[in-house]
Design a protein around this ligand. Structure first.
Ligand code: GMT
Length: 377
C-alpha cells in the first residue's frame, strides 16, 4: 500500500487508549508510514527513536484572564498546523473527548480535506456518554469523523445505546506488542518476592479506580487462599488504594497480598503469575487481560463489556457474573489445582494472542481503513 502521513492524538501519560495509540504508531512506522504524534507530552510507550516518528507538543496558554486554560483550542490549533505543514493524509484520534471534536475543528481551521478516524476506547462512551453536558459533543465528534472504530463489539453496541448516532462503526480489537509481551523465562523474581515453590500466583493490574472492583479481587483471593498456598500481586496505583490497603489489613492473610505499585515491566510480573483477575463493572476490552494472555497467563473476568470477547470461557479463562466472588474462587481453585488443565489454558491464551489478536493482522485492518479513506480524499 502507499505510504501515508498519519497524525495520531491520544492521552499520552495514562491508560490503555494511550498505549494502543502509541503501539499502533510505532508499528505503522515500522511498516514505512510517517507518524506525527500531536499530544501534550511524549507518549509514555514511545521509548525508542524511530526515524519516521515525530512528536508535536501541544502547549497550553495560561494567560491570566483564563479561569480554565483552553487545552482543546490549543490542541485543535496544533492539529491544524501539523495537517498543513506536514501535509498529513489522515488524522487518527483515540478517545472521543475532546480529541474527535478537536480533529473536526482542526480540519475546518486547516481548510484541508483530511480524513479523520476516531477510535472509541470505552470510558469516553460508558462514563462520559452518561454526562448530559458531553453527550452532544461526543455525538458531534462521532458523526463528523469519516471512520469510527471501537475496540470491541460490546462497545459498539453500547455506543449505539448511549449516543443517538447512525454512523457505521467498525470493531477493531486491541493488540499487544508480542516482542514485549511474551513468557519470560529464567526470572528469579518469584524468589525475590519471597514466593515459595508451592505457592500459586494471582495478579491484578489496573489504575485502582472504583470501576475495577478491587475489593472483589481481595475477597475472591481470600477464598482461594483458604484452599491453597497462594500470593496475590496487586500492580498499579490510584484512588482506591487506601480502601484496598485497609481491606487487606483486616483480611485473614494480609502477608499474602503484595502491593507492587506502578511497574514498568509488567511482562516479567505476568510471567511469574498463574492467573489474572479482572472483575471490573465497566470494561470495553481489558487490555491487561490480553497482555497477561500474551505471557501465557489465563484470566478470570466479569461478564461485562468486551471482556467475554477476550476471554473464551472454559478455554483460556473463565467468565463470571459481576460480584460473584464464589464463582471466581471456584474456577480459580479448579484451574490452579490441576496442572494439566492450567497448561492447556496457558497454551490457549497464547494461541488467542497469535490468532484473533495478532498485532500484524490488526495493524493491517487499520491500514485498510486509512487506504479506503485516503482514496476518496
Ligand atoms: O480504564 C482504563 O483502564 C483506562 C481506559 C483508557 O481510556 O485508557 O481504558 C479503556 O481503553 C482500553 C484500551 O482500549 C481498554 O482496554 C479498557 O477496557 C478501557 N477501559 C474501560 O472501558 C473502563
Amino acid at each position: 500500500m502507499r505510504k501515508l502521513k498519519i497524525g495520531i492524538t491520544c492521552y499520552p501519560t495514562v491508560g490503555g487508549s494511550g498505549v494502543i495509540a502509541t503501539e499502533l504508531g510505532k508499528m505503522l512506522a515500522e511498516r514505512g508510514h510517517e507518524i506525527h504524534f500531536i499530544t501534550s507530552s511524549v507518549p509514555f510507550r514511545l521509548n525508542k527513536i524511530y526515524p519516521t516518528v515525530f512528536f508535536h507538543e501541544v502547549e497550553v496558554n495560561n494567560y491570566s484572564v483564563f479561569q480554565y486554560s483552553p487545552y482543546d483550542i490549543a490542541l485543535a490549533s496544533k492539529m491544524a498546523e501539523v495537517i498543513k505543514e506536514e501535509k498529513l493524509d489522515i488524522l487518527h484520534v483515540h478517545y472521543a473527548i475532546p480529541h474527535a471534536v478537536c480533529a473536526v475543528l482542526a480540519r475546518d481551521m486547516s481548510g484541508e480535506n483530511i480524513g479523520i478516524v476516531t477510535t472509541l476506547h470505552g470510558t469516553d462512551i460508558s462514563v462520559l456518554g452518561e454526562d448530559s453536558t458531553l453527550a452532544q459533543a461526543i455525538k458531534y465528534g462521532i458523526d463528523r469523523s469519516d471512520i469510527v472504530t471501537t475496540v470491541s463489539n460490546a462497545l459498539k453496541e453500547e455506543t449505539y445505546e448511549r449516543i443517538e448516532t447512525t454512523k457505521p462503526i467498525e470493531t477493531i480489537y486491541n493488540f499487544v506488542d508480542e516482542s514485549v509481551f511474551h513468557p519470560i523465562n529464567g526470572t528469579d523474581l518469584r524468589a525475590r518476592f519471597g514466593i515459595r515453590e508451592d505457592e500459586r500466583v494471582l495478579i491484578h493490574v489496573s489504575n485502582f479506580r472504583k470501576i475495577k472492583n478491587i475489593p472483589h479481587i481481595i475477597e475472591a483471593f481470600m477464598k482461594v487462599r483458604e484452599a491453597m498456598p497462594a500470593k496475590l500481586l496487586l500492580v498499579g496505583d490510584g484512588p482506591e488504594k487506601h480502601r484496598v490497603t485497609d481491606q487487606v489489613k483486616a483480611s485473614p492473610y494480609p502477608d499474602d497480598v503484595l502491593f507492587l505499585g506502578k511497574q514498568e515491566n509488567v511482562a516479567e510480573l505476568f510471567s511469574i503469575s498463574d492467573l489474572k483477575l479482572l472483575l471490573s463493572e465497566k470494561e470495553s476490552f481489558g487490555l491487561v487481560l490480553l497482555e497477561a494472555m500474551a505471557c501465557g497467563v489465563p484470566g478470570i473476568g466479569t461478564n461485562i463489556g468486551g471482556i467475554p470477547e477476550v476471554i473464551e470461557h472454559g478455554k483460556n479463562g473463565f467468565i463470571v457474573e459481576l460480584g460473584d466472588t464464589d464463582a471466581v474462587a471456584r474456577h480459580a481453585i479448579e484451574l490452579l489445582s490441576d496442572e494439566e488443565k492450567l497448561s492447556a489454558f496457558r497454551l490457549h491464551a497464547l494461541e488467542a494472542v497469535q490468532t484473533k489478536f495478532n498485532s500484524e493482522s490488526i495493524i493491517e485492518q487499520y491500514e485498510k481503513l486509512y487506504e479506503r479513506l485516503a482514496a476518496v480524499k
